[in-house]
Design a binder for this molecule. Sequence first.
Ligand code: URP
Ligand code: ZN
Ligand code: ZN
Length: 471
Amino acid sequence: MSVLIKGGRVVTASDDYVADVFVDGERVSLIGESLELDADRVIDARGKYLLPGCVDPHTHLDMPFGGTTTIDDVESGQTAAAFGGTTCHVDFCIQGKGQTFADALAIWHEKAAGKQLIDMGYHIAVTDLSGEGALEELARLPDQGVTSYKLFMAYKGALMVDDETLFRTMEVAAKTGALVMVHAENGDAIDVLVKQALAAGHTEPRWHALTRPPETEGEATNRAIQLARVAGSPLYVVHVSCKESVEPIAAARAKGWEVWGETCTQYFFIDDTFLERPNFEGAKYVYTPPPRDKANQDVLWDAVRTGVLSAISTDHCAFSWDGQKSLGRDDFSKIPNGGPGLENRLQMIHHFGVREGRITLNRMVELLATSPARLFGLYPRKGTLAVGSDADIVVFDPEKRVTISAANHHSRIDYNLYEGTEVVGSPEVVLLRGHVLLEGGELVASPGIGQYVARAKFGQELTGTGRAVPA
Ligand code: URP
Ligand code: ZN
Ligand code: ZN
């Protein structure tokens, strides 16, 4: 199968030019002016952007958490992703206590079997290193394409690890070429604050934010940075939400330390007042770290513009309001933590980031595709539009008007964080390795087309022998 895409504006992290793109099989084989080639399919992209398929480095599909399981499985989550121009993501495979990493990965591969619409890899979430041979098994994972270790410094009594587990994992990563990822919040302090709030009779959703103050995120971010420095491992801080966490990342990066940070779409748009919405509506915004005060939104835009933060993910962790969030109707600590967003990241960041002048188009591509691909061992097969790259291409109509709503999104969740938001700019055609996934507002591919991607070790390219220098 060959595809010729004519006259689009090719936008990568560094370039912006009008060209024709020829796809032969699954890879981009030629980019040039006025290509006259026979192709099975010709797409007219005049007036459209040609973007590399977006890469989401942070999702939770079909994940047991908070007494329930996220409502999007691999098929529904990846359908939402495809509609949003995301063609590859890295999901979290969670090690159960006492479980081997191999067993955890087998379960996660089984969840995806036959359901994949886009490409995906796994991070391993380490929860327990007490098993015999656990450290050795962890050390072998990068050779199997699982090249990032995630640790939760919060969720006491559930996923949280102690500093010994965190530090030992960092030591393994320093030797094996894995990137350490942390959910940085001080889980012990938060646990005390939650117990005190409940004892005082505070049960409403807004207490989710009041018991997780920004300082608890800042403290854990700084602790992780210092420990990674001692262990000699690279570090990636997920879902950075506030100044208290941005500052230690900025300081570490200014010193040239191997530290990167990500924020998520929702932190630019949802503030802590959303949690106060009446009739339990606030529960829709119970995710962790919590929505912060509005001033932090400018801090985050500055951080992504200036390179202090390197990626924007979604942390898609969808729980329906009716039936799942409602588990915590009488106790905010029982509301499953997580929000949706896989489908709307590109639309929201394009409209409010690029169109409103906060970041450039090139920087948007870098934040949503190139940097995540580089950091997580997917580049240059993913994350850019170049000869030899996978033909994961978004034909993006920069003038298309869309009203974001649960009524038209593709996730199974019963609400949308950005309900009613009008944006200009949306994917029109999406290709995955040369196969058309989406066109005319319809999904035209079937589950099974997506593949598992064994990722390269930290700092290395997925193809060839080059070094992917992370942003
Ligand atoms: O609330 C959130 N973010 N849920 C997903 C798990 C995590 O902490 O990333
Ligand atoms: Zn987290
Ligand atoms: Zn998450």
